[in-house]
Design a protein around this ligand. Structure first.
Ligand code: SF4
Ligand code: SF4
Ligand code: SF4
Length: 270
């Protein structure tokens, strides 16, 4: 749907973490009234409805994504399937009713459990500041294919994680963010992806006491990621006090609840 310039500008001032949802609601409201273009009248009407009944607008959880699936050349993971799986898992938990029973007073947007997926380490959807953040990642490896010494990988690596020795490239994994740029630019396939999947960050939040999510120290396949997410949600629901954010809960309980997971034992983390 088309947007009038004023309405578009007003939307750009909506906080990023609710912008996508608000935009959808304004467009639905405009559509219901038979309009083909969104104007300030629709934006204002939507704002009024939201301010007078915020609890009704609360869904209990949010799954946000970056624009990687829209064709961003930096995308490593394809979040489409993962976002659907997360939506289904979160919807089945009825988190809105769960939080309503925990929170004193009306539910607000910040009570929602938030998961954010970015398809590369540029992290456009800010996975560091949500309850569970996923970052698409691919760890490079060196194959037996001959290196042409073109230095494309060195130019591509913004972390200065690659050097060229006499026998070919060397990767400094302490500097590597698993962004995949080096192997994507390697013409000889000397560099190839070793494991593709997601980095996982837990317990990030903004608010009065902001903190970045703590990262588990490896890359997880989509199935492994879902196993960890389900374990985190079970822990969140078993130990939540007064609707606290996952990060606050983890500060109180620690991360030992993850240790029995076979995949984490196998991978040697957190
Ligand atoms: S996070 Fe990466 S893949 Fe997603 S939109 Fe940003 S640059 Fe593109
Ligand atoms: S994956 Fe990214 S950060 Fe890691 S070595 Fe390659 S280009 Fe550098
Ligand atoms: S991009 Fe590939 S071929 Fe070129 S220097 Fe790096 S490893 Fe060698």
């Amino acid at each position: 749907m088309q947007w009038e310039k004023d309405a578009e500008q007003a939307m750009s001032r909506v906080p990023f973490f609710v912008r996508k949802r608000v935009k959808k609601k304004v467009e639905a409201m405009a559509g219901d009234s038979g309009a083909t273009m969104v104007t300030m009248v629709h934006v204002e009407a939507c704002r009024q409805r939201f301010m007078t009944n915020q609890e009704k607008e609360v869904k209990g959880f949010q799954v946000e994504t970056c624009f990687g699936a829209g064709g961003c050349p930096n995308a490593i993971a394809n979040h489409g399937d993962m976002a659907d799986r997360l939506e289904k898992t979160l919807a089945a938990l009825n988190l809105k009713e769960f939080m309503r029973a925990k929170v004193d007073g009306p539910l607000k947007m910040h009570h929602e459990f938030r998961v954010s997926i970015s398809d590369c380490p540029n992290s456009c959807s800010r996975p560091q500041i949500v309850d569970i953040g996923l970052i698409g990642a691919a760890m490079p490896t060196i194959t037996a294919a001959d290196c042409s010494r073109c230095e494309a990988c060195i130019t591509a690596c913004r972390e200065h994680g690659i050097t060229l020795a006499a026998q070919g490239p060397a990767i400094n994994f302490d500097m590597c963010l698993a962004c995949g740029q080096c192997y994507q630019n390697c013409p000889t396939e000397t560099l190839r992806p070793h494991k593709k999947g997601f980095r996982i960050l837990l317990g990030g939040k903004l608010g009065r006491h902001p903190q970045l999510g703590r990262e588990l120290n490896t890359i997880f396949s989509p199935d492994e990621t879902m196993t960890i997410v389900e374990k985190c949600l079970a822990h969140f629901m078993a130990h939540n006090e007064k609707g606290e954010r996952f990060g606050e809960l983890l500060n109180r309980t620690g991360y030992d609840f993850l240790k029995p997971l076979a995949i984490l034992k196998k991978l040697g983390c957190p």
